[in-house]
Design a protein around this ligand. Structure first.
Ligand code: DSN
Length: 442
């Protein structure tokens, strides 16, 4: 390297400094453009969010909260974090307190536990195999290792949450904390009923609304506020924001619980939540990511965002109806939200086979266990299909109908490469018609 190259290095691009990493970034750009993204937890951020996330705010340490930092020079990051907080509280009416620092949904969830239960305490969470989440009590996760987890689930006949059974179980178990929320549940979750069940047994209700947060913000899924005591979310799923998490809470414990059961809550729940995020589970907040969250939350407060969420739902409806009319078995018989859980075994393949096959024709999904699955999780009987990303891209119900047909046809002609190649060309033609927001053209 020459002296002038060394001098230029601080201003050089990724492509110049590290062609290997740049090639992978560029490959991912092309993949995101060329393929149809149906992973229910993914989305595309707008350029303004990418710009904030990629900004020099990454250089700043800012442990603490706005106005109460452990570092100097925080005047601008304080502005950014306060804007994110104000917008988050405005987006979810009934919310009383928010911390926008969690690096991820899992870390927001860790802070929820730290604010409400001690190791060994009883927690009632949704069974992962029925659509729950790793951090809601899976044995290998910290949640399953440190707390006494009791799982509730869905009924076998209609695959819907059995609230009556949950109520009975809550009275038997007497948990300190009930966790609501799911990663692969296509129906509305009755947060109010779950709050009533929790408060009736002297427990706190924590809602992890990560998957449906955008729908909640748009008023298209019932809100967990004000009845849930703690609410966590990611920012990057239906909310279409920067990658990361947020945690909301009531200011005070609800009157229905005995404060003696929650000795970690001092002097109130809001302060406990903040303390649980930092120094509880994190050090310095990622200020560039918080800037991305602030920008995305501003966009989420617009009428266009509500319209987008309505189109996410309409697209999921049409996708589900078309798949069902073509012989696929939908868990719960349909969907109320942004995702569909499809048992693909009646079509002659496992979830793993379907995932691989669809990838071949340019459609990205994930294999997913279905409730009472007889296949192991790494094979699975189902696939999970979501519409947030394609809807951001501008796909409408016509495209959804065509994609559903492509999915079923690809499975039917899975042993015929020429036919699969033809389906792949159709998928690519659709993708080519809709540029991905925020993504530069090649
Ligand atoms: N991994 C996410 C999902 O795909 O649903 C949840 O954290």
């Amino acid at each position: 390297m020459t002296a002038s190259q060394t001098t230029a290095l601080p201003w050089a691009s990724v492509a110049e400094v590290d062609p290997d990493v740049w090639a992978a970034i560029e490959g991912e750009r092309a993949r995101q453009h060329d393929k149809i993204e149906l992973i229910a937890s993914e989305n595309y951020v707008f350029k303004a969010v990418l710009e904030a996330q990629g900004s020099w705010l990454t250089n700043k340490y800012a442990e603490g909260l706005p106005g109460k930092r452990y570092y100097g020079g925080c005047e601008y990051v304080d502005v950014v974090e306060r804007l994110a907080q104000e917008r988050a509280l405005e987006l979810f009416p009934g919310s009383e307190h928010v911390n926008v620092q969690p690096h991820s949904g899992a870390q927001a969830n860790m802070a929820a536990y730290l604010s409400s239960v001690n190791p060994g305490d009883k927690v009632l969470g949704m069974n992962l195999a029925h659509g729950g989440h790793l951090t809601h009590g899976m044995a290998l996760n910290f949640s399953g290792r440190y707390f006494e987890i009791h799982a509730y689930g869905v009924r076998e006949d209609d695959q819907r949450i059995d609230y009556d059974a949950l109520e009975v179980q809550a009275h038997e178990v007497r948990p300190k904390l009930i966790v609501a929320g799911a990663s692969a549940y296509p129906r509305i979750i009755d947060f109010d009923r779950m709050a009533a069940i929790a408060h009736d047994v002297g427990a706190l209700l924590w809602v992890d609304m990560a998957h449906v947060a955008g729908l909640v913000a748009a008023g298209l899924h019932p809100s967990p506020f004000p009845n849930a005591d703690i609410v966590t979310t990611t920012n990057h799923k239906t909310l279409r924001g920067a990658r990361g998490g947020m945690i909301f809470s009531r200011r005070e414990l609800p009157a229905s619980v005995d404060p003696a059961d929650y000795p970690m809550v001092k002097p109130n729940l809001a302060a406990t939540i903040d303390r649980s995020v930092f120094p509880g589970v994190q050090g310095g907040p990622l200020m560039h990511i918080i800037a991305g969250k602030a920008v995305a939350l501003k966009l989420a407060l617009t009428p266009e965002f509500r319209d987008y969420q309505a189109r996410v739902l309409a697209n999921a409806q049409v996708m589900g109806e078309t798949l069902q009319s073509l012989g696929a078995r939908l868990m719960t018989g349909g969907t109320d939200n942004h995702l569909i859980l499809v048992d693909v075994t009646p079509l002659g393949v496992t979830g793993r086979e379907a995932e691989r096959l669809l990838d071949e024709i340019g459609i990205t999904v994930n294999k997913n266990a279905i409730p009472f699955d007889t296949n192991p999780p790494n094979i699975a009987s189902g696939i999970r299909i979501g519409t947030p990303a394609t809807t951001t891209r501008g796909f409408g119900t016509d495209e959804m109908r065509t994609i559903a047909q492509l999915i079923v046809e690809a499975i039917a002609v899975r042993d015929e490469p020429a036919k699969l190649a033809r389906l792949g060309r159709t998928a690519r033609e659709i993708a080519d018609r809709f540029p991905v927001p925020g993504l530069p053209e090649a």
